[in-house]
Design a protein around this ligand. Structure first.
Ligand code: SF4
Length: 123
């Protein structure tokens, strides 16, 4: 048994509660400092299987801008971020692009789509 306590800032909402997470041999034990249950869930996920929303840009052909900002529609495993960025960098889409348009249906097998976050007009 090797219990450790790690301090985290909850990023689920702007309040940013300071969480103290107790782990034992890499297993989640408990959390304190959270003001709501979402903080407890965040702490457990962050310590055992962290996830992130990916934001980036993709190339656009024939548009009024050469790049379109994109983000994942939900969070994806943090360990897949580099692989996901490679997939995003390889994509080029034609204008016009609409905000919310799906750019990649299932990013790296996560089941999470990549979507456009602004309109790009054709030129
Ligand atoms: S614990 Fe709850 S109230 Fe505190 S930052 Fe996280 S989501 Fe916000």
């Amino acid at each position: 048994m090797s219990e450790t306590i790690r301090e985290l800032t909850c990023i689920v909402c702007p309040i940013g509660c300071t969480l103290k997470v107790t782990m034992d041999d890499g297993k989640f034990v408990s959390v304190t400092g959270n003001t709501c249950p979402r903080g407890a869930k965040y702490a457990e996920t962050e310590m055992t299987a962290p996830r992130r929303v990916l934001t980036s840009t993709v190339k656009v052909s024939g548009g009024h801008l050469p790049l379109c900002p994109v983000r994942t529609k939900g969070d994806i495993p943090k360990e897949l971020l580099f692989e996901a960025m490679r997939a995003v960098n390889a994509v080029s889409i034609p204008a016009p692009v609409s905000i919310g348009q799906v750019v990649i249906e299932d990013l790296c097998g996560t089941g999470v789509p990549l979507i456009a976050t602004r309109d790009i007009h054709s030129v």
